[in-house]
Design a protein around this ligand. Sequence first.
Ligand code: 13P
Ligand code: ZN
Length: 275
Amino acid sequence: MKVLEAKFVQGFIRMCNDGWEQGWHERNGGNLTYRMKKEEVESIKEELRTDGVWKEIGTSVPKLAGEFFLVTGSGKYFRNVILAPEDSIAVVEIDGKGECYRICWGLVNGGRPTSELPSHLMNHEVKMQATGGKHRVIYHAHTTNVIALTFVLPLEDEVFTRELWEMATECPVVFPDGIGVVGWMVPGGRDIAVATSELMKKYDVAIWAHHGMFASGEDFDLTFGLMHTVEKSAEILVKMLSMRPDKLQTITPQNFRDLAVDFQVTLPERFLYEK
Ligand code: 13P
Ligand code: ZN
């Protein structure tokens, strides 16, 4: 099968475009990676090159040795992915040690995978382990309202989780484990990758202060839906804070406990503190 005919590739392209339409991907902002299934690799094998040069990832992900990923290219624009996927995205293979990658398809006009590849792969490694292989998608977006909130809320997991849960009743059902926050760091390197993947051991969402968000999920729908839910909640919070700085009424800690029973989720008590 041709790479561009594969269902997972079409799903990847659609998700890039959905993110663009949400306004989360100015210029080359944001990146997306997908850990391919064995049968998906097999199905497009005829188009995969095996003569690519091995390049260093910049970190070590031994548990991802031999895995194949579909990735967005560094400096590529999400708005162009749907028009010229073979120029904007790539299939990469990880070597036997988990230290190098090579391009097997795509980026036909040159270039390299996203500069956030270390963060993506370290997150993939953590989430693959934590979910018994279920999570396959890591998504980074420059979500406007979440970024705005990182200037006015304390950069604490408990505060972001609780404030965003309060903005929409179904939030604690969509992200019951909460949200982690990384203070401002230089993007693109190993240090921010280590900090983010540490949070991904506990959460499916990590916020990068003054930069954006990372989300992890099983498939494109769940991961996009998670990003969308968190960002919409942040939009409500921004609107609320713009109308008045305090709440006249809200969802209380006991309301959350009642919700948890009916929706069969476990909500950690550390997010249900008295204010
Ligand atoms: P890339 O174009 O290298 O993917 O970088 C975009 C970005 O959002 C960096 O954090
Ligand atoms: Zn970014």
